[in-house]
Design a protein around this ligand. Structure first.
Ligand SMILES: Nc1ncnc2c1ncn2[C@@H]1O[C@H](COP(=O)(O)OP(=O)(O)O)[C@@H](O)[C@H]1O
Ligand SMILES: [Mg+2]
Length: 678
């Protein structure tokens, strides 16, 4: 029974004829030759690739749900427990996000300084101009209280005339206008600089995303990638454009106000200095915890997007299997988890601002009390008290702005570390200088594992003759697609090598690799653009004759001619939509135009009806004469028409030969062929 087990795993139903006859076939790669039974260990290995033995904890544990009743003290203690638990969850997420098992990592905060520094280093003159304008505007703002203070002193001393008052009022008006102009200039230049930096950052992100190795992009969730390049880019840009300059301005204003306070009267500056020291404690506590909180928040947004994208992409399956309830529940779970992350950062902000609000109001009262005593003792003048009061009040606004913008910066920094995480994805290949001498594709002793310790290929060797058609057949999950990906250089093998013209595929630069070997799978994408644009992607200068010949070869020219504007018809989302079979034909035509010397077709005609598929394969073969083709097939006519056939079962090539040879051998392929044709 065991030896037939694989057939039911995904082989066409008609093929499930019992045929367990051991046959002494010379399997191309299995060192032990034919094995009469598929070992349970192999099956176990493949099946376990997907199994996840970890116990899944509930996404939001009951301890995080607030009690509805209870005395104030109890509720406060419950809140403290929840806050600690949320902090623990944020810490755990933060640590795992550094080097996640799957998906995209998050970069350390130190990388942000380097990144922003690099962005700003090309714009030093403008940064200097921006700072000068801001500092000048802040200084101008400090002159007014000083002028008003001296006015009070003069009035108190009885030294004023109408002319001096007029002169002082005029000076105040001039200073206010100058300050307004400087502030306008500062804001204007910070916006220009911010937009410029944002454009560079976006270009940088797009370049990074485009250079990600395909095998790694596939292991990341698209929802996460999309969240990083949309929400995180805009959070980062918001920070660079608004929060960073605002924080710099607010910090400069705060420092200058303090200096002015000290210059005005040291005694009256003491309350504000003490208040600032007090404020620094909650701010520091906040800064220690907030980055992890915001990174966790970002992670939960990614998860929401991943579930949403999956639901939308799989909407037909959801509909067909009545999975609406499950998808909604998955979305609810994501939102609940995200709400927990938000509650944590909200609590951190509330704790910080609560203390700060207290610290704001005390200095003013203290200055007035100190002023009263000091005036009585003759240590301070009325003018100094006026100036100090105005400064203390003026200090609230920049300190408030500084803290609010430091908070916004934390969001920006967290987003930037998520963005820079994309850059940290290690390359899966290092291009070398060797260039192929010839076109022969040789795979030797190929082993490959998606998860460590679970090989899905067990030492496959295959040599492709130039110009030959090799069909690869076998049950679902036996490793055919994986073999195709290795032969096309998408993934590198764990052991062994795939070489073209004597050079390892994974050491070829990607653009060169694609002119050597190309892979077409069942999955393909129709880009927004004309039919022509979609076909000439790999060779943009191809003339229309080449495009038409390619379309004819894939049996698509008839329907393309019938489209509104023929080759100029717009395709892709929002335009004419193609059936899956037509999209597959477009993908094949693209490949014909790209014209690599070796093609790997992974069930590339599976969506086209069997009759047409056979025609398409025949006419493509004519056009691709002298090209080597590896055709992974689930229809046996493809195997019948091929020069050689490799039968792959559970990660090994168990039979290799021409159709006639394999039928004569009366092994697995022969049994299958009989079932297919009966
Ligand atoms: N991206 C992946 N991550 C983990 N396991 C995978 C992945 N793709 C395929 N596998 C596993 O590898 C084995 C071989 O799969 P595949 O090469 O797709 O087989 P086939 O094309 O013959 O159906 C299967 O057990 C499958 O579950
Ligand atoms: Mg497959």
């Amino acid at each position: 029974m065991r030896c037939c087990g694989w057939r039911t795993a995904g082989w066409p139903a008609a093929a499930a004829t019992p045929s367990c006859s051991p046959s002494p076939a010379t399997a191309g790669s299995s060192p032990g030759g034919w094995r009469p039974a598929v070992s349970e260990t192999w099956l176990d290995d493949s099946a376990r690739t997907w199994r996840d033995d970890r116990v899944v904890a509930p996404r939001v544990p009951a301890e995080l749900v607030p009690p509805h009743r209870g005395r104030v003290g109890e509720r406060l203690r419950a809140w403290q427990r929840r806050h600690r638990l949320r902090a623990g969850r944020a810490d755990a997420y933060f640590h795992s996000s550094r080097a996640p098992e799957r998906g995209l990592p998050v970069a350390p905060a130190s990388a942000v300084t380097g990144f922003v520094g690099e962005l700003l280093s090309h714009r030093r003159a403008r940064v200097a101009w921006l700072l000068t304008l801001n500092i000048a505007a802040a200084v101008a703002g400090l002159v007014v209280p000083r002028l008003l203070g001296s006015l009070v002193d003069r009035v108190a001393a009885g030294q004023t005339t109408l002319a001096t008052i007029n002169a002082l009022v005029l000076a105040v008006a001039v200073v206010v206008v100058v300050q307004a102009v400087l502030t306008f200039g500062a804001r204007f230049s910070s916006t220009v600089l911010g937009q410029d930096v944002l454009a560079s950052a976006r270009e940088n992100v797009v370049r990074t995303v485009l250079s990600l190795p395909l095998s790694r992009v596939e292991s990341a969730s698209s929802g996460d990638l999309v969240t990083r390049v949309t929400r995180d880019v805009s959070a980062m840009s918001n920070s660079v454009q608004h929060a960073l300059p605002q924080a710099v301005i607010a910090a400069a204003t705060t420092v200058l106000t303090i200096v002015a306070l000290c210059v005005n009267n040291l005694l009256l500056a003491v309350p504000s200095l003490l208040a600032l020291v007090l404020v620094s404690f909650p701010v520091r506590a906040y800064l220690r915890r907030a980055p992890r909180g915001y990174i966790t928040e970002g992670g939960t947004y990614s998860r929401i997007n991943t579930t949403l994208t999956e639901t939308v992409e799989g909407s037909r399956t959801v509909e067909a299997l009545g999975l609406r309830g499950q998808r909604i529940a998955a979305g609810d779970d994501d939102v609940a988890e995200s709400a927990q992350a938000e509650r944590y950062t909200m609590s951190l902000r509330n704790l910080m601002f609560g203390w700060i609000d207290l610290a704001y109001n005390t200095p003013l009262v203290a200055v007035l009390l100190l002023g009263m005593v000091g005036y009585g003792q003759g240590w301070v003048s009325l003018g100094e008290i006026t100036t100090a009061t105005l400064y203390v009040q003026a200090l609230v606004e920049p300190v408030d702005r500084l803290i609010a913008n430091v908070d916004r910066l934390q969001v920006g920094i967290a987003s930037t570390t998520r963005l820079l995480g994309i850059r940290q994805v290690p390359q899966d290949r290092t291009p070398g200088d060797d260039r192929p001498q010839g076109v022969d594709l040789v795979g030797r002793d190929l082993r490959f594992a998606y998860r460590e310790g679970h090989d899905v290929l067990h030492g496959v060797s295959l040599t492709l003759q130039p110009g030959e058609r090799l069909a690869v057949v076998g049950p679902s999950g036996s490793g055919k697609s994986t073999l195709g990906r290795l032969l096309a250089g998408i993934n590198g093998p764990r052991t062994g090598s795939v070489t073209v013209g004597g050079v390892e595929l994974t050491t070829l630069p990607l653009d060169l690799l694609r002119t050597e070997v190309a892979l077409v799978t069942q999955e393909h994408h129709v880009f927004v653009g004309t039919v022509r644009d979609n076909i000439v992607l790999a060779r943009e200068d191809s003339p229309d004759e080449v495009v038409v010949r390619a379309l004819q070869a894939v049996d698509a020219w008839d329907w393309v001619q019938r489209l509104d504007a023929g080759l100029d018809t717009m395709l892709g989302s929002g335009h004419t939509s193609l059936t899956p079979a037509q999209a597959q034909q477009v993908a094949l035509a693209r490949l014909v135009v790209a014209d690599p010397h070796t093609l790997v077709l992974d069930e590339a005609t599976s969506l086209i009806d069997p009759h047409t598929a056979r025609d398409v394969e025949g006419s493509m073969a004519g056009l691709l004469a002298n090209r080597a083709v590896v055709a992974i097939a689930h229809r046996l006519h493809t195997a019948h028409d091929a020069d050689r056939i490799a039968v792959v079962i559970d990660g090994r090539v168990v039979e290799l030969g021409s159709h006639d040879e394999l039928v004569a051998r009366d092994g697995e392929y022969a049994a299958l062929w009989r079932a297919w044709t009966s």
